[in-house]
Ligand binder design. Structure first.
Ligand code: S3P
Length: 455
């Protein structure tokens, strides 16, 4: 069972210039995959820079429950994997807490094993659609028992001999693409995923690094076809996880909005499938210097120097959504301080994240005096340069975070630059992806106070 933790509200106040040089914890997507692939591959995998957020730790526990052995020596995680095809049947339900990536990718990973596994999570995860992953697994032969609407808890039993499929991913989702490819690892023959719109490519890149036989073909119209030869050997690897660009977004936007700020963020992942927010902010007039772009462990990384900037509203095209899908809440905050209107299109996937992020962002912005509007797949925000009049009109008005770490962090950023303070109803979920957030922000000079009701 997921433990219920007492909510811890937080209030962010207008702050002086943010200054300093910081490093952000490891990328969440790469950290999940490092533990999964390391736990699956034969031999030893050594991981440095792993994100030690709750989401990732849940994935680690699941892999241990299926036979992987993990330990930490100094700052390096050392995994002894079981070998491809050799996962063990878990004895107890696998609880992924708040982690959509953890549960969806692991369902893919074990959905072609001829044993039973039960998957569950917290209230947020239990409300999210799992059919997008269960549908292709059913085509491969898995038997599925799920709650109404293909929600968790889910019991999966894979077939004795899984069927390789060719699957066209119906929505822009790296999780779905990855789940099908991972199911293909334990399937005879070639499993093929057709991806009409490119999403983050960590699964393809990392599986190839672990020794999987995988081919990616990109057509002239951008449609990608990824073919994986099943039942091949995977061998342990040495991985250095770069800083998470999605977590970077919060101190980065905070520095842009807080007058006089000058912050350098080191070792940020710059994989082009993840840099949509940078493109957008630079179009808005942000002063972001990309320093020393380089390759590290097969990925692009760079340091980012960010200075407070006057922003202007822009139109963010739908095609850019996959490369900044987790960054819209904090972009909406940047837009709230920009001159003019920002229009975000093609963002329907935000409705099925840790919360309905379109609804949560709109409710939070309106509560704090910002004009905005949502449609089924779009959001507009009318900014107030300088933040005059922005913030809660009474200290009792708290933004509802709905168990969503990114909603929580986004609205703390808002309070640093708004005229009046901004309060969120709960900051505990921030630990799912960015446990160091509060310390790191206060180290830069941000004023964010938490109230510990349990104390
Ligand atoms: C992720 C994919 C994205 C993203 C999530 C991490 C991944 O989800 O929002 O935070 O690691 O594959 P979708 O695949 O649902 O877009």
């Amino acid at each position: 069972m997921t433990l219920k933790i007492e909510a811890k509200p937080a209030t962010a106040r207008r702050s002086g210039p943010l200054k300093g040089i910081i490093r952000i914890p490891g990328d969440k997507s790469i950290s999940h995959r490092s533990l999964m692939f390391g736990g699956l591959a034969a031999g030893e995998t050594r991981i440095s820079g792993l994100l030690e957020g709750e989401d990732i730790l849940a994935t680690g526990r699941a892999m241990q429950a299926m036979g992987a052995v993990m330990r930490k020596e100094d700052d390096v995680w050392i995994i002894n994997g079981v070998g491809n095809g050799c996962l063990l049947e878990p004895e107890a339900p696998l609880d992924f807490g708040n982690a959509g990536t953890g549960v969806r990718l692991t369902m893919g990973l074990v959905g072609t094993y001829g044993f039973s596994a039960i998957f569950t999570g917290d209230a947020s995860l239990r409300s999210r659609p799992m059919g997008r992953v269960l549908d292709p697994l059913r085509l491969m032969g898995a038997q599925v028992q799920a709650e109404e609407g293909d929600r968790l808890p889910v019991t999966l039993r894979g077939p004795r001999i899984p069927r390789p499929i060719t699957y066209r991913v119906p929505m822009a989702s790296a999780q779905v693409k990855s789940a099908v490819l991972l199911a293909g690892l334990n399937t005879p023959g070639v499993t093929t995923v057709v991806e009409p719109v490119m999403t983050r490519d960590h699964t393809e890149k990392m599986l190839a690094g672990f020794g999987a036989e995988l081919e990616v073909d990109t057509a002239t119209d951008g449609v990608r076809t990824i073919s994986l030869q099943g039942q091949g050997a995977l061998r342990g690897q040495v991985i250095d996880v770069p800083g998470d660009p999605s977590s970077t977004a919060f101190p980065l936007v905070a520095a842009l909005l807080t007058p006089g700020s000058d912050v350098t963020i080191e070792n940020v992942l710059m994989n082009p499938t993840r840099t949509g927010l940078l493109t957008t902010l630079i179009e808005m007039g942000a002063d972001i210097e990309i320093i020393d772009p380089r390759q590290a462990g097969g990925e692009d990384v760079a340091d980012l120097r960010v200075k407070a900037s006057d922003l202007k509203g822009v139109r963010v095209p739908a095609e850019r959504a996959p490369s900044m899908i987790d960054e819209y809440p904090v972009l909406a905050i940047a837009a709230a301080f920009a001159e003019g209107r920002t229009v975000m299109e093609g963002v329907e996937e935000l409705r099925v994240k840790e919360s309905d992020r379109l609804a949560a962002v709109v409710a939070g912005l309106k509560l704090n005096g910002v004009d905005c509007e949502e449609g089924p797949d779009w959001l507009t925000v009318d900014g107030v340069p300088g933040g005059k009049g922005i913030g809660a009109s009474a200290s009792s008005l708290a933004v509802a975070t709905h168990l969503d770490h990114r909603i929580a962090m986004a609205f703390t950023v808002m309070g640093l630059a708004s005229e009046r303070p901004v309060t969120i109803d709960d900051s505990t979920m921030i630990a799912t992806s960015f446990p160091e957030y509060m310390d790191l922000m206060s180290g830069l000079g941000a004023v964010i106070e938490t109230v510990d009701r349990a104390a």
